[in-house]
Design a protein. Sequence first.
Lengths: 349, 120
Amino acid sequence: MMRICHGAVLALAVIGLAACGRNAGEHSYRLFVFGTLVDITTYDAQRERSDRAVQQIEAAMQQIDHDWHAWRPGPFTELNARLAAGETVTLDTVALGQIRRAAQLSATSHDLFNPAIGKLIAVWGFHNDDAPSGPPPTPPQIYALLSARPTMKDLVFGDGNTLRSTNPSLQLDFGGYTKALAIDTAIAILQRHKIHNAIVNIGGDMRTIGRHGLRHWRIGIRHPQQPGAIASIETADDECIFTSGTYERYFEYQGQTYHHLIDPRNGQPARGVLSVTVLHKDPAVAETAAKAILIAGVSQWQYLAREMGVKQVLVIDQNMQFHATAQMASRVKFEITPTPDLNISKTVP
Amino acid sequence: MKSGDYLIVTLAAIMLIALYVNMWSAPQQAGDRVRIVAEGSEPIIAPLDRDHVYRIHGRLGDSVIEIHQGRIHFASSPCPGKQCIHAGWLERDGDFAACLPNGITVTVLGRNPRFDAINF
């Protein structure tokens, strides 16, 4: 009888383990926050635990979207109004740290990532959930905003967590940088729930932690001109993959296409590069470097990559020529045939 | 071991095989499938080889999504930009279109998805 009991325990254990495996497999969630899609995938975590973590992530992301939204009336538009009025504003340590970080990243990008040009982004019509319909702003409108030269250097970080601006034309617009902050917040929530294998993907930019069971996470990089993937990457444990692409937001007016990545040097949509993909540990660095390198253009991308300290970069230019750092070239796998030639940088280590 | 032990061990082995097949084998549907997600609703999973027209209710109104001859597209949508419609027909594993204003996404699913996520 005892042996039969042992056998029954064995059978139950098998069922239990199997059921546990099913419950702890891959769980996927799709949220709509930041005016875009947020996809969260967990692996090897209990369903209930994943559900709880994702509920907290959704609430946290909605709070971040509310707190940092560039044009919907809220704390951030109020901050912009007070800075423009020349007031000294007191902020909490976390918010101030995030603004200070953006200023540092802007400086290392030589102001090509310039979150102080919110007014320029607005005049192009991109302060809207939907794509604008045109017409584009007139040269005098652009010149008026450029001549005031708003940059993050206009911000003065004072004692007692205070902030003021010396330039009334400064209007902060953090764009994708906010999403990078939200990705870190989401990963921290997952880790607090002891979930160590996951992807947090906001609008196509993501941080991956851990693995998908016995293999790495496999990420496809979207083709800039047609549906499907152009290349793929297997991400290491805790790595971000961010792409800036001119195809993400744009409008057409009288046969001309205008995209949302505005070059702060001339106030026009950046030309010459279709997309830039950056791999980095830090999502804020990956996001701002991808954007700045795209704006820098084909002739200056390697200089910007060195300046921003990013070593894994893929650039696709408007002629569908591929440029990459050596480290990126060794990792990227093309998903198109024939396999394109890759111009490998000799100057980025 | 007694005969009862053999019975239990045999049953356990059969259950293990059944569970393995159930859990880890490829999906049973013939051909590729599509996942349609509307904000706040359960996802719709449908086979791509069966023509059908879906009317999906979103934030702004109804988007019409058509499956025809192994492909799927947004046929109409109440959004202003119509980028979902411009995305055209989707048919390959991982192809994806979204109507963000209306909160609806369409993803083509393969038998064994090649990617865990798409970066763009």
